[in-house]
Design a protein around this ligand. Structure first.
Ligand SMILES: [Zn+2]
Length: 382
């Protein structure tokens, strides 16, 4: 399936920008959120497959490695994973992983049964077996670097008729002390000043899988930003700019902005040569506009972005925000590189859960986001 998708993408890359953009983009989101890529995380080689797909895309679109001959900037970090069993029964009822329960990312695996002591209205523990159940209104998963000495499970409150009393549990975990991954780094060489750079970045990793049957597709977070970045890579490969335009797909964002931190500490180009960095994360809509982190710090560039938006009527609003350590731009702006992080607003409630799917991702302003970025990147070099 992946091969077919890639072939059809290569075919489409020859076309001019048109209404084709959106169907190519939806196909990219489908590929990135597919079972094959398993949430672009830490089991079933999901992260590795996503990385290879991106490298092949860049190569097919005519982009070169940012430096040297390798698109990969290799790195590794520790992560707690859940590769196999993911079973929970409470009060005799078997619960569905992902939908009704999630295991807390720092949990160790266990196979046992027992009874709970109620601590408060939402917290239930079996101190002997070190099993904890917490009732929640919404399930939100994440990634942890290690396993603690307990097994904690969050259960959707509305799924239980009565407070948890008895349980049986069968969960496996595996700590990978050095998970091997990579940032994928490509470029369109500048025509006038190739040693000056505009960076466009988006993390391609997501949370991965939880047990052998459940994965987190991460459509809005961040197949959407990755897709927008790839659309821009195709565009700029046909429209080279005075500066080199760099495209970096970061890994390990969900594990704590790890890939971008590694890049900022081991830069492939001199950091002071990066004239502007634009990070894309959560780009699946635009129905209610977008918010730009660091807008109040880089006022001139924010005014430029607003002027482009006013001129072409692309998004209903672009809001400004100050500094925030909420995505991969952070390490770069901390090092004094002018950087924006833009995220879109409206239409999607799914966040870090199994419902963040390609099928329900609006993609309603995709073409407009492309146009906004194309114009901004062109004019920010002037
Ligand atoms: Zn994200």
């Amino acid at each position: 399936m992946r091969k077919l998708t890639l072939l059809s993408l290569i075919f489409c890359l020859g076309m001019h920008l048109s209404a084709q953009n959106i169907s190519i983009a939806k196909q990219l989101v489908d590929t990135l959120t597919s079972t094959t890529m398993w949430g672009r995380g830490y089991t079933k080689e999901g992260n590795e497959k996503a990385a290879l797909f991106l490298k092949n895309y860049y190569q097919s679109a005519g982009l070169v490695p940012l430096t040297g001959k390798d698109y990969y900037q290799h790195l590794s970090f520790p992560v707690n994973t859940f590769p196999k069993n993911m079973e929970l029964t409470i009060n005799g009822k078997t619960l569905q992983p992902g939908i009704v329960f999630i295991v807390s990312p720092e949990s160790k695996g266990t196979k046992t049964k027992g009874n709970f002591i109620q601590k408060d209205s939402t917290l239930f523990v079996d101190p002997n077996k070190r099993v904890i159940i917490e009732l929640k209104d919404k399930l939100t998963w994440s990634v942890a670097p290690e396993a603690k000495d307990y097994t904690s499970v969050e259960v959707l409150k509305s799924a239980l008729a009565e407070p948890p009393k008895s349980y049986s549990i069968n969960i496996d975990n595996k700590v990978i002390s050095s998970f091997k991954t990579a940032n994928i780094c490509a470029a369109v060489k500048g025509t006038v000043q190739p040693d000056s750079f505009v960076f466009i970045t988006a993390h391609y990793d997501h949370l991965g899988g939880m047990g052998s049957d459940t994965y987190f597709p991460g459509a809005n977070d961040n197949a959407s930003g990755t897709t927008l970045l790839l659309g821009l890579a195709s565009y700029f490969s046909k429209h080279p700019q005075p500066y080199t335009i760099a495209f970096v797909s970061f890994t390990g964002e969900e594990a704590g902005l790890i890939g971008s931190k590694f890049f900022a500490e081991h830069p492939l180009v001199p950091l002071k040569k990066i004239k502007f960095l634009f990070n894309l994360d959560l780009e699946g809509t635009g129905l209610e506009g977008a918010t730009v982190v660091n807008a109040s710090i880089y006022k001139k560039e924010f005014d430029l972005l607003k002027a482009i938006n006013d001129q072409y009527k692309l998004l209903p609003a672009i809001n400004q925000r100050g500094k925030a350590a909420n995505s991969d731009h952070y390490w770069f702006s901390e090092k004094g590189i002018p950087s924006f992080f833009m995220y879109t607003l409206g239409g999607i409630k799914a966040y870090h859960d199994v419902f963040d799917k390609g099928a329900t991702l609006p993609m309603d302003h995709y073409e407009n986001l492309l146009k906004l970025m194309e114009e901004f990147v062109a004019r920010v070099q002037q």
